[in-house]
Design a binder for this molecule. Structure first.
Ligand SMILES: Cc1cc2nc3c(=O)[nH]c(=O)nc-3n(C[C@H](O)[C@H](O)[C@H](O)COP(=O)(O)O)c2cc1C
Length: 184
């Protein structure tokens, strides 16, 4: 008999801060999808809510610590990212780099959006970054073409597959960490 486990603590990162951004539309849809699951509890981390310094400072600022603290609390992540010139936003990379150990041994899923490519190249680039941060990235991803609607049955299906995989990894890693700490 399966033992009921506390829901996975997931952080949903909204990776675009551009003026007039579509990020919140995609983020709100993700929150709606996540709200239908009882195996996940979500904290939204909208990068626009953080005031990071323009230059990487010698010492972490309060805002950098607040961000790293939220990454520490989470047991898994969904990164919502647009594609800019075959990459992902600079604001997202800036935030990712403000945590390190806090990312380790946790699963990461992606919801990307753009035109034509649906943000797939942004996700491909992010996968390299998240390997460096010792995370486990989910094979299944959600890609949204912003020239069409957000929340189609295909997108809901893709989100469900990605989240199922992410919850499996998140709970498996929670159990593993109770037995032995993650040391590298
Ligand atoms: C600077 C810039 C570069 C872009 N480059 C791409 C691209 O390479 N591939 C793509 O599919 N869409 C590209 N787009 C379209 C964006 O992905 C689309 O406008 C998306 O809504 C942007 O996200 P945001 O509104 O949250 O900032 C680009 C948009 C901008 C502003």
């Amino acid at each position: 008999m399966a033992v009921a486990m506390a829901p996975l603590r997931l952080a949903l990162l909204i990776g675009s801060t551009r003026e007039g951004r579509a990020g919140p539309t995609v983020g709100d849809w993700c929150v709606e999808v996540l709200g239908e699951r009882d195996d996940i509890e979500v904290e939204v981390l909208d990068l626009l809510d953080f005031s990071f310094p323009a230059r990487f400072p010698a010492e972490p600022t309060e805002e950098m610590c607040r961000f790293a603290g939220a990454i520490e609390r989470a047991e898994g992540f969904v990164v919502v990212t647009p594609e800019y010139n075959a990459g992902y936003p600079a604001a997202l990379k800036q935030a990712i780099d403000y945590a390190y150990d806090e990312w380790h041994a946790k699963p990461v899923g992606f919801v990307s959006y753009g035109l034509r490519t649906r943000g797939r190249l942004a996700v491909a680039a992010l996968r390299c970054v998240f390997v460096e941060l010792r995370t486990v990235t989910m094979r299944d991803e959600v890609g949204i073409d912003m020239s069409g609607p957000c929340g189609t049955p295909a997108q809901v299906g893709a989100a469900s597959a990605m989240l199922d995989e992410l919850v499996w990894w998140g709970l498996a890693l929670r159990e593993a960490k109770q037995r032995r700490s993650f040391v590298v």
